[in-house]
Design a binder for this molecule. Structure first.
Ligand code: FPP
Length: 221
């Protein structure tokens, strides 16, 4: 969800206004994804590295997230969407943890779509954490395969992402779903996240559908 700050700058507004506008895009993209029948959607909302932002901005972001979840919970229920968190939730502010716990538990049985929020997330730490869990469990390395290992990731039980969209002209992965993205398609757009709407999502999906995914195999004729 990159480009909130730049969007604000271009409109002569403080950065936080960009984040507010960013939540409107998040709402629109969740609703459109659900309408299109996408079953898994992940929003990368706060990385482990984002703690280095000014304290005021970090506080603002977690307040905004709380407001977003409180106001969207009824929509999540109505649209049968389940909320999951990817990341180290134990390090989040207490008030945020409480809202997340409440929203995740209320939506636990919903089945039409899984909405993952990556919060305090780092792809490398996710892999290290999974290794730690495997060691703790005393699993025999000889019996450990990719499928078994993936059960120890935050995304346990979910398919790998088909498509990863990055907004605002950045062309890098920035520690996002490093294990899961091995065969994902990537779509990069100059559009800033606050301007990323349903039409932009359609454009990304149309681009994706034109690609031929071979997963390392020779193309069949
Ligand atoms: C990236 O823009 C945006 C973020 C780091 C924060 C996004 C999180 C929220 C809007 C909180 C609410 C969460 C949800 C899921 C609705 P940036 O600040 O890096 O912008 P820049 O690259 O232009 O500086």
């Amino acid at each position: 969800m990159d480009g909130n700050g730049r969007w604000a700058g271009r409109h002569g507004l403080p950065r936080v206004e960009g984040h507010k506008q960013g939540t409107r895009s998040a709402r629109a993209i969740v609703e459109e994804s659900r309408r299109l029948g996408i079953q898994h959607l992940t929003l990368y909302a706060f990385s482990k590295e984002n703690w280095s932002r000014p304290r005021d901005e970090v506080d603002f972001l977690f307040n905004l997230l709380g407001e977003f979840l409180n106001s969207e919970l009824s929509t999540l229920m109505r649209q049968n969407i389940r909320l999951n968190i990817l990341g180290e939730t134990g390090e989040l502010p207490l008030a945020t943890r409480k809202i997340l716990q409440m929203a995740c538990s209320r939506t636990r049985s919903n089945q039409s779509m899984q909405l993952n929020l990556a919060l305090n997330y780092s792809g490398r730490l996710e892999i290290l954490r999974a290794c730690g869990l495997v060691l703790e469990k005393g699993l025999d390395p000889g019996n450990l395969d990719e499928q078994e290992f993936s059960r120890y990731l935050y995304t346990s039980g979910q398919p790998d992402p088909d498509l990863i969209i990055r907004t605002s002209g950045e062309i890098r992965i920035s520690n996002f779903l490093l294990y899961q993205s091995a065969y994902s398609e990537f779509y990069f757009t100059e559009t800033l996240w606050p301007d990323f709407d349903a039409a932009e999502l359609h454009r990304a999906l149309e681009d994706y559908y034109l690609r031929s995914r071979r997963f390392g195999r020779v193309e069949s004729v």
